[in-house]
Design a protein around this ligand. Structure first.
Ligand code: AP5
Ligand code: MG
Length: 216
């Protein structure tokens, strides 16, 4: 197995691009946020611990998310390429991941940074709608569902994520600047960093550009 890490601010479009990349290539997409939201919904012990951190826009404890990711990596021995969206999120998590990969004999293909200015992020998040049943993502302005408020994939009623309130989004951007910015330099230092301009809305262009960068 090899891993591609996806880096980018909240609302930069990591999840949206990852779904396209998975469709085009069969790469397996694993979103730490989706994994945590599923645990919260199911009320697992990890989900119960994570809930308040997530709703306030803070990171959950490193060990909590690292254990959940390691369980998936271990169970996924047959996956060729795993696209990690949202993990690692800080340098200690990157070090935990490096240890995990060494134990599992997994290599790092690259860390793909979706580079998007804050004003675009705020516009995208304010229009985001998600499906609570199947996890599909939409945007009222940019990627609207065929029928307003209804998931194209499964017909459930779309919702606004609890951490998408404007004040929580501002806090998530601060947490990103404090904790995740140093990670960009960390991967630049290992020569594994590749960057895609994520500011435009042309998803097909972004998907092709990301694929070229991943393939090197
Ligand atoms: P997580 O779910 O990872 O949230 P995030 O990083 O804040 O990122 P988002 O999911 O908000 O944005 P995105 O980049 O995926 O953008 P999207 O594709 O939706 O984490 C949530 C929380 O979980 C964290 O705050 C933390 O508490 C916890 N957590 C997760 N991982 C953790 C970790 N490793 N350690 C500790 N805690 C952790 O796009 C946004 C919008 O734009 C959408 O509406 C989309 O439709 C639209 N859009 C995107 N791209 C395009 C495009 N090209 N054209 C048109 N519309 C587009
Ligand atoms: Mg996401």
């Amino acid at each position: 197995m090899e891993i591609v890490i996806m880096l980018g601010a909240p609302g930069s479009g990591k999840g949206t691009l990852a779904v396209e990349l998975a469709k085009e290539t069969g790469i397996r997409h694993l979103s730490s946020g989706d994994l945590l939201r599923a645990a919260v919904k199911e009320g697992t012990p990890a989900g119960v611990k994570a809930k308040a951190y997530m709703e306030s826009g803070n990171l959950v404890p490193d060990e909590l998310i690292a254990e959940m990711i390691e369980d998936v990596v271990r169970a996924d021995a047959n996956t060729q390429t795993l696209l990690l969206d949202g993990f690692p999120r800080n340098v200690p998590q990157a070090e935990i991941l490096a240890g995990m990969m060494a134990r599992a004999g997994v290599t790092l293909r690259c860390a793909l940074l979706l580079d998007v200015p804050d004003e675009v992020v705020v516009r995208r998040i304010s229009g985001r709608r998600v499906c609570p049943a199947c996890g599909a993502g939409f945007n009222v302005d940019l990627l609207p569902p065929k029928q307003e408020g209804i998931c194209d994939a499964c017909g459930a009623e779309l919702i606004i994520r609890k951490d998408d309130k404007p004040e929580t989004v501002r806090h998530r951007l601060e947490v990103y600047a404090e904790q995740t910015f140093p990670l960009i330099e960390y991967y630049r230092g290992t020569d594994k960093l590749v960057t895609v301009d994520g500011s435009g809305d042309d998803l097909a262009w972004k998907t092709q550009t990301a694929l070229e960068k991943i393939r090197g």
